[in-house]
Design a protein around this ligand. Structure first.
Ligand code: ADP
Length: 641
């Protein structure tokens, strides 16, 4: 048994002894510490904790009330009893007011033991109660902390009538309310009007009450009216007697997961569509090749048909290779494996090449191509092959998504620090809902379209990525279906080269861009588009160009222009290319003329014949523009070779 420590303030030894005896008779565990005046009383209080303080009221040099005050300050929980001689009633009441536990008069010491016992019991009870209270308090605090630290869950308690009784910090966070705002509101406010009308808020509670719990996923409404997809769990709160006291409801915002799930589903759907389309895109050329191959095996097939079959095979194989290239490209680009080989290049040259690449296709679809490259210097830091790919792609799309005989305009100009390139067509256009999507992988506006020129919906994805890799942007605008489209690419213009000691030479104007300014070329071709396209390209490269569409025009043109070079088609109406060449060779004023055949006929026999007719070179269509340029430059500027 623990001893009970008593501090006894008593100046009279006799009284002290008497009181001690009295008390120890009743409670032998008491251990008395005696103080006689202020100093040792204070010293005792400072030195340890006592279970009880007994004090005489009237002390020499120190008084009972001061002793009481000191005890209340230094040992507020310790019961304090006055054991005193006479104590007037008023004084007695005053001591109780000041916090004394009780008082016993010295002539009634029989009351002392019970009073002490009662004081000790009450003190113990008080301590126990306080401990229990603070434990409860602490538990509640932890509870709150736990609830409030869960920021992503709304945790609510709901009274049996369906009103919110408490709401965690997470509830305010998830539901968009301020602290306290939810209390007393019906849970209905968290549901959509449709769910509310359908009686879901009430049904959810009754069902949870009946089954022990209930969960589901549905749309919830935040304070600002916005919706989120939440998963909720409701559990009934029962007291010890099994009586329903209310419910707890936990709601978690699942919008993010739902979005991810939907994105996955969408990606999956797009992948399936893509595979279906890929199969379709591959089957078309394959079936054309199969038929052509079978046809070419027919015994006794006329030459022209056999030639056409071979043409089909080679075209379709080209088409297939392009699809495969695109596919490989897009996977390398999305995996960011593509490296640029940047150089300081003239955008005009890049655009000229892109035009050249697509010219056969434009011819086939009888599109007119307008070019406007202005007179600005169009220097970029970039990978010429990749940039050409971007613009060839935009031009091809413009040609593809425009009815035959349409018009496509390619322009480039400097705007501030940017070079702005526009490809505009007057084709089928793009509806507003698709505008934002055309750059997405596998995105295609209308898959039901006759896709004879079909692609895989990856060209623009590649184009955008490549432009971005060059620090540029690409955007599209269209006024809607059948109103044409404009694709705009912005690239940072190359900074002027590092300043040198010499004053910089003026930037070359467009006509100076070629190696040999002012060189004159005559193009003779009865196909106006074909002649026109080549003329544009050659002008871009700085040549002076004249076109002629038949033999007569050719001879007249040669006389007036006095060209250094004639690009001469062989299959001309009336006078054919051989005759025109022979004629030009006979002209006295055209001694140094270079005559180049550009023809669909590549056989040895055709080549020999053109040599005999006086041609210097024989090129087979489609002519690679770079090769042609090289040839032209070697003829007009021999020092450059
Ligand atoms: P595709 O291989 O289908 O041409 P792209 O990525 O190049 O793929 O283009 C994606 C889609 O954008 C096309 O399928 C087409 O619907 C639309 N589109 C692209 N360019 C044009 C354009 N100039 N006019 C109209 N629609 C276009």
């Amino acid at each position: 048994m623990n001893p009970i420590h008593v501090l006894h303030l008593e100046d009279s030894s006799l009284d002290a002894e008497l009181i001690t005896k009295r008390l120890q008779r009743d409670e032998p565990r008491l251990e008395m510490t005696r103080a006689v005046g202020h100093d040792d009383y204070r010293g005792a209080l400072d030195s340890r904790r006592f279970d009880l303080i007994l004090a005489d009221y009237s002390l020499p040099g120190f008084d009972g009330l001061s002793a009481l005050k000191m005890a209340r300050e230094l040992a507020p929980d310790t019961p304090f009893l006055f054991v005193s001689g006479v104590l007037g009633e008023e004084v007695a009441i005053e001591t109780l007011k000041q916090g004394a536990t009780d008082y016993v008069l010295k002539h009634r010491l029989d009351r002392l033991a019970p009073a002490v016992r009662r004081a000790l019991t009450e003190a113990r009870e008080r301590v126990d109660r306080r401990k229990a209270e603070s434990a409860l308090h602490e538990r509640e605090r932890m509870h709150r902390l736990t609830l409030d630290s869960v920021k992503d869950y709304a945790i609510l308690t709901i009274d049996p009538a369906g009103q919110i009784a408490t709401a965690s910090a997470g509830a305010c966070n998830v539901l968009g309310y301020r602290e306290g705002e939810l209390i007393g509101r019906p849970t209905r406010i968290l549901f959509t009007p449709e769910d509310d009308r359908a009686g879901i808020p009430r049904r959810e509670l009754t069902r949870a009450g009946a089954r022990g719990s209930g969960d589901d996923e549905r749309w919830y409404v935040r304070k600002d009216g916005s919706h989120f997809w939440g998963s909720g769990l409701v559990t009934p709160l029962l007291d010890e007697g099994g009586q329903l006291r209310g419910y707890t409801k936990v709601v978690r915002d699942m919008s993010e997961r739902k979005r991810t799930e939907e994105a996955f589903l969408e990606a999956d759907r797009r992948k399936d569509e893509f595979l279906a389309m890929l199969a379709h895109e591959l089957r078309n050329p394959l079936s054309a090749i199969t038929n052509a191959a079978r046809l070419s095996r027919q015994p006794g097939l006329p030459d022209d048909q056999a030639e056409r079959a071979r043409g089909v095979i080679s075209n379709q194989v080209k088409h297939l290779s392009r699809l495969v290239d695109d596919l490989l490209d897009v996977s390398r680009i999305t995996l960011r494996k593509v490296r640029l080989r940047p150089d300081r290049v003239d955008l005009a040259t890049i655009l000229a090449r892109a035009v050249e690449t697509t010219s056969a296709f434009f011819e086939e679809r009888r599109h007119a191509l307008g070019l406007d490259l202005g007179f600005d210097a169009l220097m970029v830091e970039g990978d010429p092959t990749r940039l050409e790919q971007v613009f060839a792609n935009l031009l091809t799309n413009a040609g593809k998504y425009t009815e035959p005989g349409g018009r496509v305009d390619l322009s480039a100009a400097r705007e501030g620090d940017s070079l702005v390139i526009r490809v505009r067509d007057n084709g089928i256009g793009i509806g507003p809902e698709m505008l934002a999507k055309v750059f997405d992988l596998f995105a295609q506006v209308d898959r039901s379209l006759d896709r004879s020129q079909g692609g895989l919906g990856i060209g623009l994805t590649i184009a955008r990525r490549l432009v971005e890799m060059h620090g540029g942007t690409i955007e599209v605008s269209s006024e809607g279906n059948a109103r044409g489209s404009v694709f705009t690419v912005r690239l940072p213009a190359a900074k002027a080269s590092a300043p040198s000691a010499e004053p910089p030479s003026p930037l070359p104007t467009r006509s100076e861009r070629s190696i040999r300014p002012g060189c004159r070329i005559l193009i003779v071709d009865d196909n106006q588009d074909s002649a026109g396209m080549l003329a544009e390209l050659l002008k871009l490269s700085g040549f002076e160009v004249l076109k002629a569409h038949d033999g007569r025009e050719a001879i007249a043109g040669a006389r007036t222009l006095q060209p250094e070079i004639v690009l001469l088609d062989i299959g001309l109406p009336g006078m054919d290319g051989y005759q025109v060449a022979a004629h030009l060779r006979g002209e006295a004023g055209l001694k140094d003329l270079t005559i180049i055949a550009i023809t669909g006929y590549g056989e040895e026999q055709a080549q020999r014949r053109s040599r005999e007719a006086g041609f210097d070179f024989h090129l087979v269509k489609p002519v690679n523009y770079d090769d042609l340029l090289e040839l032209l430059n070697s003829r007009t500027n021999p020092a450059a070779v």
